[in-house]
Design a protein around this ligand. Structure first.
Ligand code: CIR
Length: 277
């Protein structure tokens, strides 16, 4: 058995996958009544607010069942998209970067998140104009980060983030997703799930940056499910995408399926609804 294989097996016994860190907390924010006024590029109809609240609550319970203590922020109706807290910060075990969101309507969302994160991490770094970064474009893969350049994250922002991550001791690669698969963010089409594995949609599967990884291919028709979230020894997956769930279970991941229909209508996935650290 290779050293890496041995380490992976030991980590699995401890409930950990290779390269993953133990997460203990998550910031979440309930959707506000005007949630349906947020940005969206998908044409799936208006979200049902009461159903979104129930789906959000089930999501929060799932995070708790993964061992996370929740920091619950009140809904903020100044920002209809503010339930998608992931976009506001990049939180690593070596430092935090407060983003500068790419959609003008979301610009003020970072303030309360900054106030919260300052309680947990002393110094916070920031992305500065003209740079923009949405957290949904940033995929941590152990000590390496993939940073998407998208309609939301520009080159200036991606460059600033790469330099900050380097100062924390992490490497990164930039991936231009404009024109790849019509996805909003990089993580709309991929996820790192520990053990040198990536879940990827077809449009991202031939990128040279991903060639060192074992790729879990998402079946066509299940693209939305690529945004799954690995937390400690469990995996959150969107309900209604049985092929990916089965693939993950075959790899011994313990999958928790969550209804996400109302967030999907607003271009949001599982990862977007929390900041995990
Ligand atoms: C937006 O367009 O900004 C929100 N409606 C959805 C953000 C989803 N966030 C994410 O994928 N990280």
């Amino acid at each position: 058995m290779s050293h890496q294989g041995g380490e992976a097996a030991t980590n699995r016994l401890l409930g950990q996958r290779l390269g993953s860190t133990v997460l203990t907390k998550a910031i979440v924010r309930e959707p506000g009544r005007n949630f349906s006024s947020g940005e969206t590029t998908v044409d799936l109809g208006n979200p049902d607010y009461e159903l979104a609240l129930r789906q959000h609550e089930a999501y929060c319970h799932a995070l708790e069942s993964c061992g996370l203590q929740l920091i619950r922020l009140n809904a903020d109706e100044r920002f209809p998209d503010s339930t998608f807290v992931e976009d506001t910060a990049i939180v690593t075990d070596r430092g935090v970067v407060i983003t500068r969101l790419g959609a003008a309507s979301r610009a003020g969302e970072t303030e309360e998140i900054r106030r919260e994160l300052v309680n947990h991490y002393g110094e916070l770094n920031t992305i500065d104009a003209p740079g923009t970064v949405d957290g949904g474009d940033v995929c941590e893969a152990g000590k390496h980060f993939f940073i998407g350049i998208s309609r939301r994250t520009n080159e200036a922002g991606a460059g600033q983030l790469a330099r900050l991550l380097e100062s924390f001791g992490f490497s990164s690669s930039l991936i231009d997703i404009r024109g790849l698969g019509n996805i909003l963010h990089l993580k709309s089409g991929m996820a790192w799930i520990g053990d040198n594995r990536l879940v990827v949609i077809d449009a991202l599967s031939r990128l040279k940056e991903f060639s060192p990884y074992e790729l879990i291919h998402v079946n066509s028709g299940e693209d939305y499910a690529a945004n799954c979230v690995f937390i400690n020894d469990r995996m959150l997956v969107a309900a209604g995408f049985p092929a990916l769930k089965r693939q993950l279970e075959d790899l011994n991941y313990q999958a928790i399926a969550l209804e996400m229909s109302e967030f999907q209508k607003m271009d949001g996935g599982l990862s977007c609804l929390s900041l995990r650290f």
